[in-house]
Design a protein around this ligand. Structure first.
Ligand SMILES: NC(=O)c1ccc[n+]([C@@H]2O[C@H](COP(=O)([O-])OP(=O)(O)OC[C@H]3O[C@@H](n4cnc5c(N)ncnc54)[C@H](OP(=O)(O)O)[C@@H]3O)[C@@H](O)[C@H]2O)c1
Length: 285
């Protein structure tokens, strides 16, 4: 049986782990929260406490990395004082993957924030320079993973994730004179984020970068006005502005290479008629 280790059974990782269990994989999952261990165990996940800083610590580190596939869903926290702290964490994981004779494939959940804001259509295989240090560090990590000779890597650059317990928010409700109303929004539902990673594993794809973003890109004005209305809040007011170049994350590659068909192609539809709570809803994650 193929064994998959999900480093970080959080909001995305736990849902992914459950989907992989359903597909018949032996799934190991890590958390830094001891109370979550019984929840993960109950779901059928071989769960371990792991903490990653400059090194990976916890009982059973070796066991965790005895898997053919490792999925890294560690978040790049906005509160890192130095973005390189994230790089140190990922390097510690790479070190453990290299040490293990079993890890053949690594999947890393990156972010579309690597692309500059004014890029226009963001394609995976076109050269660009990130806008900020965070993006630069993330791009370096992607390159380090793809260049590793011990295992094959796949990078998935996710747009903003939404879904159960993370609804498209009414956070702009009631605000006035907002700019960027014509900018396009890049989002992906968790069901599709899970679906894309599961497809990558199933199809044995390696050495690629994929964008994970829905088909449709509503404007900020359209989406957050609809979200405020759906929540019964005061709609936001945007300034009249000419349409400017913004970032539109292309999902053509996942559709072409993986043949992936989106479950939630249009975030606006999920605001207008809130999608069903996930079929694999999480308990306390
Ligand atoms: N959220 C977005 O909109 C978005 C957009 C693009 C990309 N992404 C990427 O998608 C991935 C998943 O995001 P998410 O929202 O599911 O994150 P999340 O809910 O915060 O889950 C992260 C998981 O990583 C674990 N973790 C955090 N710090 C750790 C550390 N130092 N050592 C070991 N484990 C640690 C957490 O442990 P506990 O179980 O103890 O909490 C949790 O299981 C991340 O890589 C993120 O960068 C997210």
């Amino acid at each position: 049986m193929i064994s998959v280790s999900v480093l970080g059974c959080g909001w995305l990782g736990f849902s992914l782990a459950q989907a992989l269990l359903n597909e018949g994989y032996f799934v190991k999952g890590s958390t830094t929260t001891l109370e979550k261990i019984p929840v993960l165990k109950k779901a059928g996940i071989f769960s371990l406490y792991l903490q990653v800083n400059g090194v990976v610590v916890g009982e059973g580190v070796e066991d965790f990395f005895k898997s053919q596939i490792v999925i890294i869903t560690l978040p790049f926290r906005r509160d890192f004082l130095d973005p390189r702290d994230y790089q140190k964490q990922i390097r510690a994981i790479i070190f453990e993957c290299e040490k293990s004779a079993q890890v053949k494939r690594v999947i890393f959940t990156s972010s579309t924030s690597v692309y500059p804001d004014q890029i226009g259509t963001a394609l995976e295989d076109v050269a660009f320079s990130p806008d900020d240090n965070r993006g630069k560090v993330l791009r370096e990590i992607e390159k380090e993973l793809l260049g590793n000779t011990h295992f094959s890597s796949t990078i998935v650059r996710f747009a903003g994730l939404y879904g159960p317990k993370r609804k498209i928010g009414g956070f702009l409700a009631g605000k006035k004179e907002l700019s960027g109303g014509n900018n396009r929004v890049n989002l992906i539902h968790r069901d599709d984020a899970v679906g894309i990673i599961a497809a990558i594993i199933r199809q044995g794809v390696g050495g690629e970068i994929f964008n994970g973003c829905s088909d449709i890109h509503p404007t900020r004005n359209e989406l957050y006005t609809a979200a405020a209305k759906a929540m019964g809040l005061t709609v936001p007011e945007f300034c009249d502005e000419a349409e400017t170049v913004s970032k539109i994350v292309s999902n053509e590659k996942v559709k072409k290479i993986l043949g992936y068909k989106f479950i939630h192609p249009d975030p606006l539809q999920d605001v207008a008629s809130p999608c069903e709570e996930s079929r694999r809803d999480d308990v306390a994650i």
